[in-house]
Every structure is written in structure tokens, then in C-alpha cells.
Design a protein around this ligand. Structure first.
Ligand SMILES: [Zn+2]
Ligand SMILES: [Zn+2]
Length: 477
């Protein structure tokens, strides 16, 4: 996208001007490749020094305001895991945020590694510490957001650009009921390579290391919950990409009390969401083992599954390793605020998607009903998965090709765990609880291969949260 835009920020933004700008922007139907003449038209309307040109946040016709369901709830679309130049992402936070805004998202958490986007920070586009795109990234930023917005200085003759804090990025993009940003940190522990996102965090958390993987997950989850308690602010940790680097096993995850959310799908190509042939299990399998152990043996509540981008490389970059738009959540809540999003996540009031959108998710306690929002020419398989009471809990270690029993792999369990209880084709399906299920979760698999894939040949999917027999649940679009 080439959008040579001028942004004029003034201290005298009256409500009138804001409204004017929004109306003009809503009606103009900006295309992705809108040209100078439209911007000129904008500028002709009045005293330009009093207006903010918000056309950088044009959604290019990709946005349809959500409709509330009959109870007044909306299904907000969001991504909880993204990177910017504040850590190892390759774009300025405004450019990263613009991508999500333009693609119709409602909320976004910029979750940089071990840092919150606050205070003064300067980067050198031409310097060695700025290898991700260099001057081109800077020029694109300047072109999109304008000379008045971009802050630069010279230090020892070198150009430096200020990385804007989240508070300033917010001021550009946030609008009530349309787009909200959530404070976040990817707590990044290096010894065991455990990454935990802290959604709606208030104060930076230093990563904690334990003796084992399980202990390390627990320490970092607990750190977030301690801050939540101290501050009274709704925040939640989630375990990132269990199948990144040295994979986290189901046995590491299951006993961690505060582990309530994990990434069932992460768009980064370095993550083996679907496992490999060296004993790393696909995350669907890991999820079923974790759910079975928690509900069947440990007396712990279920863990819910998120889909996220973990975007590092935006559309202007050469790398396709971690592009945005691969995984997201649809969260059901009345209000679009970080607190309401967090509470809905905690209650399992959401689903994870890599392309499939839902119309309805429902249970009256005896029947779990799901309806896809179907797309033309696409077929859907709907699978209900669960474990029944009386399952065989035994397990053996995974033995690799050299005959070594691998502690760093999820163990091998019986086929009783995570069985397919029902599978049908069509855009809706209903499962009748038998009463002896520990949990039942649904997964929708589309016939359409994913264009913006993390692994070639993957199909678009949706992961719905586990429900227990007798549990009432209603989610209607
Ligand atoms: Zn990570
Ligand atoms: Zn990440």
C-alpha cells in the first residue's frame, strides 16, 4: 500500500472537527490505493491546521460494525500477540496497529518481549541496531504518518527516530465501540524458553526462571496473578506457543493452577502447531491430554485455547515468517474494554479462529450446538472431541528413533483420551451429551486451504472451548 498522507495534529481539536473527519472518512469509501486527489479534497474542506486527517486509519471497506445478539453482546475480533520495533517486530507500532485497524479488528495487544511501550525510546534507522528494514521502514512510517507526527533528532550526526509509547498510538487509533488497545507484555524467559503473555498488565514483569519447565510456567503465570491481586486490575496470563523451540509438554502444562489459557494456534512459522514426526504432538492432542488430566485427575478447571498471530513481519517486509492475520479470537462481551475482554477470556466466552467464523455456539446443558457463518463454495467438517469417564489414564514415554525415552516430549496416552465423539459435514451440528464426558469441545475444519498460512496446505479452522455436561452456554451472533 502506498498512502502518501499528511497528518496535522493540533491542540485545538474540537468535537465538531472530529465528527467531520469521521463522517468524511466514513463516506469517502477509501480504497487501498487511494491517491492524492482524495487527500486534496479532504484538505479543501476547511482550515487544515485545525483538522486531524485520520485517513491513515481508513478500513478500506473491510469493516462492518458488529450487530449485538439478543442479549446485547457483541463478538469482538482481536489479536492478543503482536510485536513491533519495541522488541523484534519490524515496524513502528503505528504501522503495526494500522494493519489491524484496516483489517477490521476491534482490539489489539502489542506484546513486546520483556518491555512495555512506555517512556522515551529512540532508534537509529540507519544504524546496526536497526537491521529490520532500516531506512525503508522509517520512510514508510514517515510517509504514512507525516512529518508532524514522526519525531526525529540527530545524535552525533546520526538520525534517530522516537518509538512512540502505547499511550500515543492509542490516541491515534482508539474509538469507543470500534477499536481498543490492551497493555501487554510477552514475558520471555530464556533458560527454558517459556513465553507468557500478560494481557492488560499494569507494571512490567521480569521473567522468572524455575528449575523445571513446569515450575517456570507456574512462576510466570503466578507473577501476573499476583499483580492482578495487588492492583485490582483485570489481567490474565496465557502460555504462548507450547510447540516453539523445545516444546512444552502436556505434563508440564496440566498441573499449573493459573494456566487457564494457551495458544492452540500461533501464526509464526517457527511454531509446530500441528507437531512433527519427532514426537512433538500436535496441539489439539496436547490440549486433550491437558483437559483430561485437569478435569479427570487433578481437580483443576479447564484450559481454553487461543489463536494469535505473533506477528513480527508486516506486509511491507520481505519475510513471511510471522505475518499478521493468521490467527485471532472472537470474544463475546457487551463492552469493548480491556476489562470486559479479559473477563470474557477467563470465562471461556470466545473462540479461536484461523479463518472460520461462527454464527452460534450454544449449550443447554444436554446439547452442544454450533453453527458456522458459512461462506459460499466452502464446506465444513464439525468435530466434537472429548474424553469419557473411565478412560485409561496410563502413559509411556515417547521413545525417539535412537531408542531414547524423551522427557522433553509429551507422553503417549491411550486412544481413550480426546476421542472424536461425533463428526459431520455441513455448516451446523449438534452433539447430545451422554453425561459421562469429562468435557466436549468442538472444532470446525474448512475445505478451504489457508492463503496466509503458517504451514503450507493448512486449512482454515475454528476451535471452540470445552464445555462440561450440564454446563449452560449461549453465544449467538
Ligand atoms: Zn514467544
Ligand atoms: Zn511473540
Amino acid at each position: 500500500m502506498k498512502q502518501p498522507l499528511v497528518i496535522l495534529i493540533s491542540f485545538l481539536i474540537g468535537l465538531v472537527f472530529l465528527l467531520q473527519a469521521e463522517i468524511a472518512w466514513g463516506q469517502s469509501g477509501h480504497s487501498h490505493s487511494h491517491d492524492h486527489s482524495q487527500d486534496q479534497g479532504h484538505a479543501d474542506k476547511g482550515p487544515t491546521h485545525l483538522q486531524v486527517d485520520y485517513s491513515f486509519r481508513s478500513d478500506a471497506g473491510q469493516y462492518t460494525p458488529p450487530e449485538p445478539d439478543e442479549d446485547g453482546y457483541y463478538w469482538w475480533k482481536g489479536n492478543l500477540h503482536t510485536h513491533t520495533l519495541w522488541s523484534d517486530g519490524d515496524q513502528f507500532p503505528e504501522v503495526a496497529t494500522q494493519w489491524y485497524y484496516e483489517h477490521g479488528y476491534h482490539f489489539l495487544a502489542l506484546s513486546d518481549h520483556n518491555i512495555l511501550q512506555r517512556g522515551k525510546r529512540w532508534v537509529r534507522p540507519a544504524g546496526d541496531d536497526f537491521v529490520r528494514g532500516g531506512m525503508e521502514v522509517y520512510e514508510l512510517y514517515r510517509e504514512r504518518f507525516g512529518d508532524e507526527w514522526v519525531e526525529t533528532r540527530r545524535v552525533d550526526g546520526e538520525l534517530e527516530v522516537r518509538l512512540k509509547p502505547l499511550s500515543e498510538v492509542r490516541a491515534l487509533f482508539e474509538q469507543s465501540g470500534r477499536f481498543r488497545m490492551i497493555d501487554s507484555e510477552e514475558i520471555t524467559e530464556r533458560r527454558h524458553v517459556i513465553h507468557v503473555n500478560a494481557t492488560n498488565i499494569r507494571d512490567l514483569i521480569e521473567p522468572r526462571s524455575g528449575e523445571t519447565v513446569e515450575e517456570t510456567i507456574r512462576l510466570n503465570m503466578d507473577a501476573v496473578m499476583e499483580q492482578r491481586k495487588e492492583t485490582g486490575r483485570d489481567m490474565l496470563p496465557h502460555l504462548n506457543h507450547p510447540n516453539f523451540a523445545r516444546a512444552v509438554t502436556a505434563e508440564d502444562m496440566a498441573p499449573v493452577e493459573n494456566l487457564r489459557l494457551f495458544e492452540i494456534y500461533n501464526g509464526h512459522r517457527g511454531v509446530l502447531n500441528f507437531g512433527n514426526d519427532d514426537g512433538i504432538k500436535g496441539l489439539d492432542r496436547v490440549w486433550d491430554i491437558v483437559l483430561t488430566k485437569r478435569l479427570g485427575e487433578l481437580g483443576l478447571p479447564p484450559v481454553y485455547g487461543l489463536a494469535v498471530d505473533d506477528a513480527h513481519h508486516y506486509e511491507e517486509s520481505d519475510s513471511e515468517t510471522a505475518r499478521p492475520g493468521r490467527g485471532w479470537v472472537r470474544v463475546r462481551s457487551r463492552y469493548l474494554t480491556p476489562e470486559h475482554i479479559v473477563r470474557a477470556l477467563e470465562n471461556g466466552d470466545f473462540y479461536a479462529s484461523s479463518g472460520v467464523e461462527m454464527q452460534e455456539i450454544n449449550s443447554d446443558g444436554s446439547r452442544y450446538t454450533v453453527k458456522v457463518d458459512p461462506e459460499e463454495g466452502v464446506e465444513y467438517r464439525i468435530r466434537f472431541i472429548g474424553t469419557r469417564e473411565g478412560y485409561d489414564p496410563s502413559s509411556e514415554p515417547y521413545v525417539d528413533a535412537e531408542g531414547r525415552a524423551r522427557e522433553d516430549r509429551t507422553r503417549q496416552y491411550s486412544e481413550d483420551i480426546g476421542i472424536v465423539l461425533q463428526e459431520t459435514t455441513g455448516s451446523e451440528a449438534s452433539y447430545e451429551f451422554q453425561g459421562d464426558e469429562l468435557y466436549v469441545r468442538a472444532k470446525v475444519i474448512s475445505s478451504r486451504p489457508k492463503k496466509n498460512y503458517f504451514v503450507e496446505g493448512e486449512h482454515e479452522m475454528a476451535w471452540l472451548q470445552p464445555l462440561l455436561p450440564g454446563e449452560h452456554y449461549g453465544m449467538e451472533n
